[in-house]
Design a protein around this ligand. Structure first.
Ligand SMILES: Cc1cc2nc3c(=O)[nH]c(=O)nc-3n(C[C@H](O)[C@H](O)[C@H](O)COP(=O)(O)OP(=O)(O)OC[C@H]3O[C@@H](n4cnc5c(N)ncnc54)[C@H](O)[C@@H]3O)c2cc1C
Length: 353
């Protein structure tokens, strides 16, 4: 039987999970990622000797597949627990209620085990999906790929997925119903460590929702103390088109005001705009499948469930996609190989307080 080839677009947690599931079924997978590194919103921004987790800050393991993955990544040495002190408004905790895990040496490293056994092409944005008699071809910013794929899985934020998938089938018009919310993030370092009462500060009101000392995470670079500050969705929306340097200054000021601490001038200050950070209006389906294309990873609006959704959506997609390919008369997809059962494992979660 000929090899089955699938292109996955997007190397965030959703795309890499999908790629991993497909690779286990002996499908030849190529992942195309626009950015230089993997991770997407679980990414790490590196600047010379500095590194910031500027997107999602940690992961918690609640769903069964993700609990398993946390075990795998922990064994591989790319995920470690992080137990910061937390101050939320005027309530404090000595450590998180649940187990918080962070990638080491940065968040994006947590996804590395997922990218094994798949070909990963980073720095390649996909602009157009082209269908021919032979299969699917991709128009990318390094030109037209000279490879033919039997199926595609699109795992990018819904508005970007709509741009790619809009011309390919009525199923994808529902992507327009997904509403996503932005988040401005500020990254800053201080030559002298600052003390704002805890390693993590959270606010339920005002311009900020989160500030964390990145340097308090395990295996972070030695050097100036690094902080990441996240603006609230309303604030981010109000300043969506503002200049990065101006936003960075405003968020530094908001950080000082919210903590009531006189902050020294930061050695480094920069802002990053996440235009599509969170799902506000979910699709209500785990994924969309149309013949040889599956798309998923943006189905739920509640923040704590994003990770589980990002994992289960492409699992469903990668299962449905082969079925659809068979149903429409194309080649038969290989069944997943049976794996020997390993010894029983303990759960990574801890009881909630
Ligand atoms: C600041 C911030 C804080 C967050 N906090 C939390 C939290 O506390 N709890 C929670 O559950 N979730 C949180 N999230 C959301 C969580 O990070 C996401 O739900 C999850 O990482 C999404 O994964 P994904 O793979 O679906 O998408 P992404 O991580 O967005 O991955 C998509 C990838 O596709 C790439 N891409 C896009 N278009 C193309 C193209 N045309 N060609 C090639 N590549 C392309 C992108 O570069 C990206 O790497 C947060 C997100 C942000 C930004």
């Amino acid at each position: 039987m000929d090899e089955v080839r699938v292109a996955v677009i997007g190397a965030g947690v959703a795309g890499l999970t999908c790629a991993r599931v497909l690779a286990r079924a002996d499908v030849r997978v190529t992942v195309f990622e626009r950015a230089r590194g993997l991770g997407g919103r679980l990414g790490t921004r590196r600047l010379r000797n500095l590194a910031f987790d500027h997107g999602a800050q940690f992961v918690t393991a609640r769903s069964r597949p993700f609990i398993k993955y946390v075990e795998v990544a922990t064994r591989a040495g790319v995920l470690m627990p992080w137990r910061p002190r937390i101050l939320e408004d005027d309530r404090s905790w000595d450590a998180p209620i649940e187990e918080w895990h962070v990638g080491v040496p940065g968040m994006s490293a947590a996804l590395r085990p997922m990218s094994r056994a798949v070909e990963l092409q980073t720095g390649v944005g996909v602009h157009e999906l082209l269908q021919s008699q032979r299969g699917w071809e991709l128009q990318t910013d390094s030109g037209r790929q000279n490879r033919i794929f039997d199926a595609l899985a699109v795992a990018v934020p819904a508005p970007q997925a709509l741009t790619l998938l809009g011309p390919h089938g009525r199923a994808f018009r529902h992507l327009a119903d997904v509403r996503m919310a932005p988040c401005w993030a500020a990254m800053m370092t201080f030559d002298e460590p600052i003390d704002v009462g805890a390693e993590v500060r959270r606010w339920t009101q005002g311009p900020l929702t989160w500030a964390a000392c990145d340097s308090s995470k395990p295996q972070r670079p030695a050097g100036p103390q690094a902080w990441v500050v996240h603006a609230s969705v309303p604030w981010s929306r109000d300043h969506l088109e503002a200049d990065g340097p101006e936003v960075a200054r405003l968020l530094l000021h908001a950080f000082a005001t919210a903590t009531g601490v006189h902050l020294p001038a930061p050695a480094h200050l920069q802002a990053h705009r996440w235009r599509h950070a969170f799902v506000e209006q979910p699709l209500g389906l785990p994924c969309l499948v149309d013949e040889e294309i599956a798309a998923g990873g943006w189905s739920d609006g509640r923040r704590p469930r994003h990770y589980a959704e990002a994992v289960t959506a492409p699992r469903a997609a990668s299962r449905s996609c082969p079925g659809a390919a068979v149903a429409c008369g194309r080649r038969r997809w290989p069944a997943p190989r049976k794996r020997p059962r390993g010894p029983a494992r303990s759960s990574a979660g801890s009881p909630r307080r």
